[in-house]
Design a protein. Structure first.
Ligand SMILES: NC(=O)c1ccc[n+]([C@@H]2O[C@H](COP(=O)([O-])OP(=O)(O)OC[C@H]3O[C@@H](n4cnc5c(N)ncnc54)[C@H](O)[C@@H]3O)[C@@H](O)[C@H]2O)c1
Ligand SMILES: O=C(O)[C@H](O)COP(=O)(O)O
Length: 527
């Protein structure tokens, strides 16, 4: 049974599938302090959060069973990603579900700041009928500058066009072509600062975007510009904004987010008549909350059940077309890694992976992760595909990936070589249509083995009688042989024998086997 802890207010309807799952128990405990969370997190396999819970290294350290942290929303700045990656905890988010909600709040904020709706409301309900103070501006024919043209920024642009605005955009990934298709003029941040009547930011908070709108930008802005931030506190320099308002450069600002949340009671935004604020409500619609909770629940279930998943924040995304090519090889790759890992004596210094055939056409990095995981899992229980590369790097393991467009004998061939101080061992495998996973080469010997169950790998001299002696010894010890493969390069040279056996061979039997004449080496491998 998997245990999932929901530590922020997340839509009940959205997490219905977790509640309904027969293999999952969901606990809801919101508003916990870090130490309270640390005290209970050890019981849970998954943690579901929004932006309130700060998922710190200490929490992850205490979460010994934790496999996944699910963020029901976009921003993961409340989660220590490095700590998660180190521990092999998958962090997933729900990047699509709240795009429209946040875009619509941005528009509501833009219109509110253009017409001073909150200020007018406040006066009206206090009994004052003030029609003179609240003369606003129209959006039509105004210039809107959008910094960050991702999901939300692009939706804002679409709506702004319908309102008759001229839209300028900046995003390091925005091409001339895409901008043109959206009817957006591609500009630099400073060009936007100098030309826009309204500026809205839709980037994550990164070292690069921190204060991307600061003193230098306010100094070149048109008088009367209005600033909106429904992304992250800190993208716009808060103090520089207040100065720019005091200097009459900025006519108004609308902020949903703050550098420090909640803001201190004396925060300069809270009593400024030209600044309107909301308490981080961008994603707070019924629809968005259901969407993000559904998305994140689905992914958490996949991860807990060891099924393929998308949206992992601490692993690079794999495009669907690449995934469809690689996915069938994930299990084989891991088995090859485990097999060759068990074979190799001495500390491994290098892993050489060779992809031949169709596989060489795509980015095979996700498959390499599975192979490296397989190699490491023989010794490191906590390794998984999230932290496999990190663990390898920590151990100064050199990973070399080679590709060949064709394989002599198979449509696809994955070959894994481990180099240790003492030796170099290779295992290669393929997926055979109708037969599934096969190991087709061990070192220089061609073989044909289904990589599963208990196996014995025996290196021996190619001499008459050996197979019989091995069979007799195993039979005498009640170890039943299910199948046997012998591979050799030349008659009378060295050879390899691979036996599938119905149960693990006891240690004494392995030792006895090792004593047989002409038998060079015995390895038990269970996959
Ligand atoms: N207020 C809220 O409740 C709320 C809700 C949802 C999202 N958000 C925040 O809004 C932001 C955007 O969300 P999204 O879903 O559109 O994300 P997204 O990833 O689709 O878009 C972000 C864009 O920012 C761009 N970017 C990164 N660095 C940049 C830079 N230096 N200059 C310009 N552009 C840069 C990226 O290229 C990307 O296109 C996120 O930070 C998210 O956390 C806030
Ligand atoms: O990054 C996000 O998705 C938004 O900031 C929403 O955060 P919330 O889930 O805490 O409302």
């Amino acid at each position: 049974m998997y245990k999932v802890l929901v530590s922020d207010p997340i839509s009940d309807l959205g997490i219905q599938q977790l509640n309904d799952a027969v293999d999952v128990i969901v606990d809801k405990k919101t508003g916990l302090k870090e130490d309270e969370l640390i005290a209970i997190i050890g019981d849970y396999d998954a943690l579901l959060v929004r932006s309130q819970t700060k998922v710190t290294e200490r929490i992850m350290e205490a979460g010994k069973k934790l496999k996944v942290v699910g963020r029901a929303g976009v921003g993961v700045d409340n989660i220590d990603l490095e700590a998660a990656t180190k521990r092999g905890i998958v962090v997933i988010n729900a990047p699509d579900g709240n795009t429209i909600a946040t875009c619509e709040l941005t528009f509501a904020m833009m219109m509110s700041v253009a017409r001073q709706i909150p200020q007018a409301y406040k006066k009206t309900v206090s009994g004052e009928w003030d029609r003179k103070t609240f003369v606003g501006v129209e959006l039509r024919a105004k210039v809107l500058g959008i910094i960050g043209m991702g999901r939300i920024g692009s939706e804002v642009a679409k709506r702004a066009k319908v309102f008759g605005m001229e839209v300028l955009g900046y995003d390091p990934f925005l091409t001339e072509d895409r901008a043109e298709k959206m009817g957006v003029k591609l500009c630099t941040v400073n060009e936007i600062a100098a030309q826009a009547d309204f500026i809205t930011v839709h980037t994550p908070l990164t070292p690069e975007t921190r204060h991307i709108i600061g003193k230098a930008q306010f100094n070149i802005m048109k008088k009367g510009v209005r600033i909106i931030n429904c992304a992250r506190g800190g993208i716009v320099d808060e103090l520089a904004l207040v100065d720019a308002i005091n200097q009459g450069i900025v006519a108004g600002a609308a902020f949903d987010v703050f550098e420090e949340e909640p803001p201190a009671a004396d925060h300069p935004f809270l009593n400024n008549p030209n600044i309107i604020v909301t308490p981080h409500l961008g994603a707070s619609t019924i629809e968005a909350q259901e969407n993000v909770a559904i998305d994140v629940s689905e992914e958490v279930l996949h991860i807990l059940r060891n099924e393929p998943f998308k949206n992992a924040v601490n692993m690079p995304p794999v495009p669907a077309n690449v995934l469809s090519v690689l996915q069938p090889y994930f299990q084989l790759g891991e088995k090859l890694g485990r097999f060759v890992g068990k074979l190799t004596e001495g500390a491994v210094q290098e892993i050489i992976v060779n992809y031949a055939g169709d596989l060489s056409d795509v980015d095979t990095t996700p498959l390499t992760r599975h192979i490296v995981k397989g190699v490491l899992i023989n010794h490191l229980e906590e390794v998984n595909i999230v932290n496999a590369m990190h663990m390898a790097k920590l151990r100064e393991l050199n990973i070399v990936v080679q590709k060949a467009t064709t394989s002599k004998t198979f449509t696809n061939l994955v070959s894994v070589t481990l180099k240790s101080k003492n030796e170099e061992r290779t295992v290669a495998g393929t997926l055979l249509s109708g037969y599934g996973e096969r190991i087709v080469q061990i070192d220089q010997y061609p073989v044909d083995i289904a990589p599963e169950g208990n196996m014995l790998l025996i290196s021996h001299s190619d001499k008459p009688g050996i197979i019989g002696r091995v069979g007799t010894l195993l039979g005498n010890n009640q170890v039943n042989i299910a199948s046997m493969q012998v591979g050799r390069k030349v008659i009378g040279g060295s050879a390899v024998m691979v036996l599938s056996i119905d149960k693990e061979a006891p240690r004494e039997v392995l030792e006895e086997l090792g004593q047989l004449t002409d038998l060079l080496h015995v390895k038990a491998i269970s996959l």
